[in-house]
Design a protein around this ligand. Structure first.
Ligand code: AMP
Length: 215
């Protein structure tokens, strides 16, 4: 089952994708994670996108479509979770064509709805473990032992994203409403859209997603 998690920055797409990977054995394809990895490893493309990402703008369709195309042959018998992709209508068309060329289908698009006010609070307090990627939050999800990851036990590896500040967040929200939100109508018309309330606790949201996907 291939699905898209759609929603504004801070809606909880990454958190729910990690859970689906752990519980269902699905494969997460996050273009944001791929771009950050390209930056960390210092590739030409990574250098090219760094400033754009830090400002909170979208990188070109060509780059992200290329990243996804490279991954679609990965072994994913339980399906792919597209997280943060597609973000434009061009990307959505390209994904449809890529899946079709592999004889695959898109099962559902889960739209995670979150109030704009809540996004600022969620994003400005979040951090992750640099070793395993588990997400935390200053107010909502602190690690059991300060400075130590609950999941993998790594210490001193917590990091914050450079674009998780209020200025970049405004730009990311603007990009979401301008370029990404048309995908809601696009997938509604294709009868793929499942809307869920992303505001609740992680477990509540998980339950809604499972119900929407018949898991
Ligand atoms: P994310 O981790 O999904 O919030 O993505 C972080 C940043 O990477 C975004 O603000 C964009 O600059 C870039 N990015 C990630 N995915 C895409 C995409 N599908 N299209 C364009 N830019 C993207």
């Amino acid at each position: 089952m291939n699905i898209i998690l759609l929603g504004p920055p801070g809606a909880g797409k990454g958190t729910q994708a990690h859970r689906l990977v752990a519980e269902q054995g699905m494969v997460q394809l996050s273009t944001g994670d791929m771009l950050r990895a390209a930056r960390t490893s210092g590739t030409e493309m990574g250098k090219q996108v760094a400033a754009v990402m830090d400002r909170g703008e979208l990188v070109t369709d060509e780059i992200v479509i290329g990243l996804i195309a490279e991954q679609l042959d990965s072994d994913a018998s339980s399906g792919f979770i597209f997280d943060g992709f597609p973000r434009t209508l061009t990307q959505a068309d390209a994904l449809g064509a890529l899946l079709e060329s592999k004889g695959q289908t898109l099962e559902a698009v889960v739209e995670m709805q979150v109030d704009d006010e809540a996004l600022v609070e969620r994003i400005t307090g979040r951090f992750t473990c640099g070793a395993c990627g588990t997400g935390y939050h200053d107010s909502f999800k602190k690690p059991d032992v300060e400075g130590k990851c609950d999941n993998c036990g790594a210490e001193g590896t917590f990091k914050r994203r450079p674009d998780d500040n209020e200025d970049a967040l405004r730009t990311r929200l603007f990009a979401y409403y301008k370029d990404t939100s048309p995908l809601i109508g696009y997938y509604y018309a294709k009868d793929k859209l499942k809307r869920i309330d992303g505001l609740g606790e992680i477990e509540e949201v998980a339950g809604q997603i499972n119900t929407a996907l018949d898991l």
